[in-house]
Design a binder for this molecule. Structure first.
Ligand SMILES: Nc1ncnc2c1ncn2[C@@H]1O[C@H](COP(=O)(O)OP(=O)(O)OP(=O)(O)O)[C@@H](O)[C@H]1O
Ligand SMILES: [Mg+2]
Length: 468
């Protein structure tokens, strides 16, 4: 038996090393599938055939493929499920879908879910060869780029995270320190502060980087689904469970599980999650058998978990398991020093992407950007810069290139007097000092000048209001 398996493996390894790439063809029209296989093998690919959706899913779990060519409509499975599984197993897999005439919408859906091309049946042999080659080339390029980016990062930074403010430097330093350990990390911060970016950077710099980072957005799922997503289910475990399905824990085995928006996880699921963390075993929904898993947990939330605990919506014991180390990402309005570097990087990136010769921005634009409160944090800033790059006709970005909302916010900066009625003078003064300082990027000299007070007076007030 073992000798058999070894032989099998050798056979696969040999065929892989000699072939131009391993391809899985999933198509329940077996004549059509055989034909496709013959064509691709004749030009040097190593192909496996699965003539049902179920067989396709099984094949994916047995061998790493460079490309998967799948029919979308099959009697026993949905081609989209094949796409999903294939990407879970190999993020660099090239995916091409086959469609019949009149099912273009499904093909579009497939493109949205990561397929890079589609072919309409019956397939033209020449088109098949060319498109497969192109798809593989594209994936290879993506891999090379990522590799290059990673090497640049190793030299210059950490996962592309930009920030030279003290708070960000500390967050990056801490993330670097713990990346190679296996501790659970909780990343906190408002929307768009870069939580996912940091999670990925930690994983990419960990010993598990060769294995996937498997994300699960806890906010987007109903309580039943969270469980089936996390732990998997057996065929027939509930209505609609037409297949046995692996859960994210199993996919993340030896890798990292990223629980995004963990504060939104239903309390019943929290209990079960905690049990898995304690036992290191999962049980699929509808099964009695436990499966050992070894995962590292990274969680992220924009909610105040301690408050949720007080309200009885989050389990305290789970909280302590998740936050062995906490990385907090402060909102952008508290670190305007980071804005110039972020802006510079985003301008370069978008100028390149949109092929526009943008070189920078006018000084007043940077002031406006640094004075704005950024409720959507870095994500919002990134979108604003993208907008400006797209609409600008000049190599230098100007105030009028700002999106309307921001332009108006800037114009409306005069204080809204009626809303201040009833506010203690002390609070108004504190807020005025705080926002002025933010506006000038923390420069006290500039702030004092704007407020028309001495620097020493400003210093005294900063201490009084604990704004240091
Ligand atoms: N420090 C940073 N340097 C470079 N890019 C950043 C930084 N922070 C965030 N970004 C970019 O901003 C966008 C939003 O980041 P990300 O998705 O990681 O935020 P998030 O905290 O997970 O947001 P949400 O709470 O909405 O899920 C991404 O495009 C990310 O690349
Ligand atoms: Mg996120």
């Amino acid at each position: 038996m073992i000798a058999e398996t070894r032989k099998d493996i050798e056979k696969i390894e040999k065929s892989v090393s000699e072939s131009k790439g391993a391809i899985l063809i999933v198509d329940d029209d077996s004549n059509h599938a055989e034909g496709t296989k013959d064509v691709l093998e004749s030009v040097g690919y190593s192909c496996d055939l699965a003539t049902s959706g179920k067989a396709g899913l099984e094949a994916l779990r047995k061998r790493q493929y460079d490309l998967v060519l799948t029919d979308l409509v099959m009697s026993d499975a949905d081609g989209l499920e094949i796409l999903r599984e294939a990407q879970q197993i190999n993020p660099f897999v090239a995916l091409i879908v086959l469609t019949g005439h009149g099912t273009i919408e499904t093909a579009v859906e497939a493109l949205k879910r990561g397929a890079i091309d589609y072919l309409v049946k019956p397939i033209n042999i020449e088109a098949l060869r060319v498109r497969v080659e192109k798809a593989l080339e594209r994936q290879e390029l993506k891999r090379i780029n990522l590799d290059l980016e990673k090497r640049l990062d190793q030299k210059f930074g950490f996962g592309g995270i930009i920030g030279n403010s003290e708070a960000m430097r500390q967050a990056i330093e801490l993330s670097k320190q713990i990346a190679e350990t296996d501790v659970s990390v909780l990343i906190t911060g408002e929307n768009g502060t870069g939580k996912e970016l940091v999670a990925r950077a930690i994983h990419e710099n960990s010993l598990r980087k060769k294995r996937p980072l498997v994300p699960l957005n806890c906010a987007a799922l109903s309580p039943q689904l969270v469980e089936s997503e996390l732990f998997g289910h057996e065929k027939g475990a509930f209505t609609g469970a037409n297949f046995q399905k692996k859960g994210r824990f199993e996919f993340a085995h030896n890798g990292t599980l990223f629980l995004d928006e963990v504060g939104d996880m239903p309390i019943e699921t929290q209990v079960k999650l905690l049990r898995v963390l304690e036992d290191g075993e999962v049980i699929r929904v509808g099964s009695n058998e436990s499966i050992r898993v070894n995962v590292r947990l990274i969680s992220a939330t924009n909610r105040d978990l301690e408050k949720l605990i007080k309200e009885g919506k989050f389990r305290e014991d789970l909280y302590y398991r998740l936050k062995v180390v906490t990385v907090h990402l402060p909102p952008l309005r508290e670190r305007p020093q980071d804005i110039p570097l972020l802006v510079d990087t985003f301008i370069k990136g978008f100028a390149h992407a949109y092929k526009k010769p943008i070189t920078g921005l006018k000084g007043d634009v940077l002031n406006t950007l640094m004075g704005y409160a950024w409720p959507g944090n870095v994500r919002e800033l990134k979108h604003v810069i993208e907008h400006m790059v797209v609409v600008s006709r000049d190599p230098v970005l100007k105030l009028e290139n700002l999106p309307q909302s921001l332009y108006r916010a800037e114009r409306r900066s005069a204080p809204d007097v009626p809303s201040l009625v009833g506010t203690p003078l002390r609070d108004v003064e504190k807020e005025l000092i705080r926002s002025t300082l933010t506006h000038v990027g923390g420069n006290r000299y500039e702030a004092a000048k704007m407020l028309k007070i001495g620097e020493r007076t400003l210093y005294r007030k900063l201490k009084k209001y604990q704004l240091t």
